[in-house]
Ligand binder design. Structure first.
Ligand SMILES: O=C(O)CCC(=O)C(=O)O
Length: 284
């Protein structure tokens, strides 16, 4: 049986540096202003080559449907795409299974900017692997993350998208719609929808403002985005994979808005009660 690493609320390896000097990781005032204005900030160096190799190996192992650790995923979709000819491997909960993906939660290059953007201590919510294989990697539909998270309140969340490969327009990099973090909460849609399904819910003014920008990143770079940021990604038509790990977190103090389990297999937290415990470590 695979050990459940969620029992450890500190790093279990030396893959990432300890947090000695916050200032080495802080976003600049200009980067924070950019985030507030546009709803995202991108191109932040997150991983060294050694860390990239280690996380890449872990993700490759987890993408194997026979991996015994799959029992610990909250959710695993071998193909979340609507098109059986295209594959989108998408899984939540890798931090419970693999040491590097576990320790990534405490990486100063994540926790320091996340605390700045949230304006307080950072509590981990869940992680996600998005893996688009070479040549037939599927799309991720336009969506806002918080539309999947209304079982947690208030909305004080942040997402950090970390590329394990260079991501380009051709291999399906993420696209953001700048300014959409000021829009209302749009309907929650299944990932097996058409790419553009959410556009039906936009006002004419929002349609006019719908001007996605491609976020091309080098392997090991990351972007942070707001929980209402409309984003999505197109297919991978290249001969190389496009792998990413996403860390989702919220400001400490966010509460449960549902008496049902917040993540599959996790004991419920009653409505109104602060989210904490084994599955939601404080990381900063
Ligand atoms: O990796 C992708 O293409 C999509 C990522 C995403 O939807 C997210 O970070 O919330």
């Amino acid at each position: 049986m695979t050990e459940d690493l969620s029992r450890h609320h500190r790093p279990v390896s030396d893959l990432f540096p300890k947090l000695n000097d916050r200032s080495a990781y802080e976003l600049t005032a200009d980067q924070i202003e950019f985030y507030n204005e546009h709803g995202y900030v991108a191109g932040i160096k997150m991983l060294t080559d050694e860390q990239l190799d280690a996380l890449g190996e872990e993700v490759a192992a987890l993408a194997d449907p026979a991996h015994p650790g799959h029992e610990l995923f909250y959710e695993v979709h071998a193909n979340e795409s609507s098109d059986p000819r295209q594959i989108l491997f998408h899984a939540l909960g890798a931090w419970r299974i693999k040491q590097g993906l576990h320790d990534l939660l405490w990486h100063p290059a994540f926790v320091v900017p996340a605390a700045q953007l949230l304006g307080g201590p950072v509590r981990f919510w869940h992680d996600q692997i998005f893996y688009k294989p070479a040549r037939h990697g599927g799309v991720v539909i336009w969506h806002q993350d918080y539309s999947y998270w209304t079982r947690t309140t208030p909305m004080a969340h942040i997402s950090c998208w970390i590329g394990l490969d260079d991501s380009t327009r051709e291999n399906g990099c993420v696209h953001y719609v700048p300014g959409s973090h000021r829009w209302q909460l749009l309907p929650r849609l299944s990932f097996a929808n058409d790419m553009d399904a959410v556009l039906d819910s936009l006002t004419p003014a929002q349609r006019a403002e719908f001007k996605p920008v491609a976020i091309e990143l080098k392997a090991g770079e990351c972007s942070f985005h707001h929980p209402l940021m409309v984003h999505g990604s197109y297919a991978n038509t290249t001969g190389r994979p496009r792998r990413a790990v996403v860390l989702n977190a919220f400001r400490d103090g966010v509460t449960s808005a549902s008496d049902l389990p917040l993540l599959e297999g996790v004991p419920p937290i009653p409505v109104g009660q602060k989210i904490d415990g084994q599955f939601f470590p404080l990381v900063s």
